[in-house]
Design a protein around this ligand. Structure first.
Ligand code: GLY
Length: 306
């Protein structure tokens, strides 16, 4: 059965943003569901859902993405098609509206699996992706407040770590989707601005296949949360390996988070799907807006697991 799950980022969302976040993920899941019902492959549905979230400034991806320490939007995105283990990824990409679409182009026309920085931007322009400024006024104001707070205290990387500790709401969020189409093919897509005030050049887990995004014939996975943990653990691949060994997606995401908690930390959220359309959804952060939809009905959204 066709099925899709989307997430809007695991983290410490303020409760007063729950409604707009819930509506955003519901709309994205509905976009993906319609695409699947019309016969589109899983890859197209996952990308359509993520592009919807990239356009929504509520989420940290595309328009409204977090900014680096020097006030730039450096965007990461990854896609993976389970049919042939094909993947395309962009890292620290500037000046495009839909990084997930550029990631797809990397997969389909570049002959590479990952393009970063200036080379990724030049590739996007060469393919006709228009120049676009994803920085919103709201994010700019938040960045100015945080920079002022940072500059009023001690300097250096330790001060930045301390600032992020005081503002846990700045970590995490990312958007992603996993989809299963009518032929049982699977795909995953993930997109993010990364952590607020990240060092220029920092790349998170989202564009690293097996860390933040993964799909094979058995399972598709998109991760969200503290990217350095996913990179160290190989989170998305770990979920898929468990499903390949016979676990249901829900059991796999839960057990991977248990193991991450023991080994590296679990400020993380996960969504997964298998070829039967069975979903796995889990997070260990206070919230993770997410929505699910199948061929049968309209998408349903939740703000957290409670
Ligand atoms: N999970 C998104 C990031 O850490 O960049």
């Amino acid at each position: 059965m066709v099925g899709i799950a989307v997430h809007g980022g695991a983290g410490r969302w303020a409760q007063d943003r729950s409604e707009e976040a819930g509506e955003g993920v519901r709309a994205a899941a509905e976009t993906g569901r319609r695409s699947l019902v019309e016969g589109e492959p899983a890859l197209a549905a996952a990308i359509a859902a993520v592009a919807t979230l990239e356009d929504n400034p509520v989420f940290n991806a595309g328009t409204g993405a977090s900014l680096t320490l020097d006030g730039q939007a450096e965007l990461d995105a990854g896609v993976m098609d389970g049919r042939g283990l094909t993947t395309g990824n962009v890292a620290a990409l500037a000046g495009v509206r839909h990084p997930v679409a550029v990631a797809r182009a990397v997969m389909e026309v570049s002959g590479h699996a990952l393009l970063a920085g200036e080379g990724a931007s030049r590739f996007a322009r060469a393919l006709g992706f228009a120049a676009y400024n994803p920085i919103t006024q709201t994010v700019c104001e938040r960045w100015r407040r945080l920079r002022a707070e940072l500059e009023s205290g001690a300097r250096g990387p330790a001060a930045l770590r301390e600032l992020l500790r005081r503002h846990p709401e700045l970590g995490g969020d990312t958007v992603g989707a996993v989809a299963c189409d009518g032929s049982g093919n699977l795909a995953a897509a993930t997109s993010t601005g990364g952590t607020m005030l990240k060092l220029p050049g920092r790349v998170g887990d989202s564009p690293l296949p097996g860390a933040g995004t993964y799909a094979d014939r058995h399972c598709a996975v998109s991760a969200t949360g503290h990217g350095e943990l996913m990179i160290r653990f190989g989170t998305a691949r770990a979920v898929a390996d468990r499903v390949r060994s016979g676990q249901a997606p829900q059991q796999a995401v839960t057990e991977v988070l248990d193991t991450m908690a023991e080994q590296v930390g679990d400020e993380v959220g996960l969504i997964a799907v298998d070829p039967a359309g069975r979903l796995g959804i889990a997070h260990r952060t206070p919230a993770m807006p997410h929505a699910t939809a199948s061929g049968k009905g309209i998408a349903e959204a939740r703000f957290s697991r409670d």
